[in-house]
Design a protein around this ligand. Structure first.
Ligand code: SAM
Length: 281
């Protein structure tokens, strides 16, 4: 191997000696990455943490347990995700600020739940959270309403819990309170709008037309005895209940479950219980 002449090596050595302390100096002088500050601007809303007692109440209302997949949209310092992981759930936070993601990961590690609490650096409007069984929010009503169409396409029965902010004209299924903060919970309803062929024992099949606004239903059923009015019709996830009020004064209380294009359940009549079913037309 040929050696480089000293005349060539000397200036390189000098450069290396000069460069080394300069790099160290530059590192020492560089400002430490800023720690996230409560109240700091976020992409669509500032960072304000939910008090721990409110987090617990939100998770309690949603009944979070080991079988759940929880997504906190706009996860701040990760406290809701970490609390959900403590309940045994697989929990994900979606957060736009990388410094908050780093802080959350540190907190999850310290809390001993890093295997169950994961943080996604991303935009809540571009991240797929369709696998969630529970979604938690502390955003703004305008942002909740923007998320609403995506949420309504989720599996029926998915629980959505929001600290302080509503979903516009989608009324909550439950409300709660902790630390003087309002908490709202919605249950994603099955989609039942349209016409169904209803089969009740002892009667020919009848058309049932349902109009749906979130979990609230209105509609009519054309029974041989005349049109029956639907009363108290509602959904809780894929659990449906409705009362058929016949023109002859008869009342039939139907409860059941919706499974895609089919529903079935039990009807209470004056004389006992019978099974019913309906098929989407
Ligand atoms: C009010 S804080 C709530 C934090 C946390 N969920 C809690 O309850 O403690 C809202 C969070 O949403 C984040 N954020 C705002 N817009 C976002 C977006 N488009 N995508 C992801 N995160 C966002 C902010 O950085 C902030 O951390």
């Amino acid at each position: 191997m040929s050696r480089l002449p000293f005349a060539v090596v000397k200036p390189l050595l000098l450069l290396a000696l000069l460069a080394a302390p300069a790099t160290l100096l530059a590192q020492a002088a560089a400002p430490a990455p800023a720690e996230p500050q409560i109240g700091q601007q976020g992409k669509d809303v500032i960072w304000l943490p939910t008090p721990e007692s409110v987090v617990e109440k939100m998770l309690e209302m949603a009944g979070v347990g080991p079988e759940d997949v929880v997504y906190d949209l706009g996860s701040g310092d990760g406290r809701t995700v970490i609390a959900a992981a403590h309940r045994g759930a697989r929990a994900y936070g979606v957060e736009f600020d990388p410094a908050l993601v780093a802080l959350s990961e540190r907190f999850a590690k310290t809390a001993g739940v890093a295997d169950k609490a994961r943080f996604i650096h991303g935009d809540i409007f571009e991240t797929d959270f369709s696998q969630a069984t529970v979604v938690t929010l502390y955003l703004l009503t305008t942002l909740n309403v923007r998320l609403r169409p995506t949420i309504l396409k989720m599996r029926p029965g998915t629980r959505v819990v929001s600290h302080a902010f509503t979903m516009g004209d989608w009324d909550p299924d439950e409300t709660g309170e902790s630390d003087y903060r309002r908490i709202y919970m919605w249950i994603v309803p099955a989609s039942v709008q349209g016409t169904w062929r209803l089969t009740l024992p002892g009667a020919p099949p009848a058309d049932m037309t349902l109009t749906q606004q979130y979990q609230k239903l209105r509609g009519t059923v054309s029974l041989p005895s005349g049109a029956a009015e639907l009363r108290d019709a509602s959904l809780r996830g894929n659990a449906i209940r409705l009362t058929l009020a016949g023109g002859d004064g008869s009342l039939r209380e139907l409860t059941g479950t919706v499974d895609g294009d089919r529903m079935q359940g039990t009807a209470k009549t004056g004389s006992g219980e019978v099974s019913w079913s309906a098929q989407r037309r």
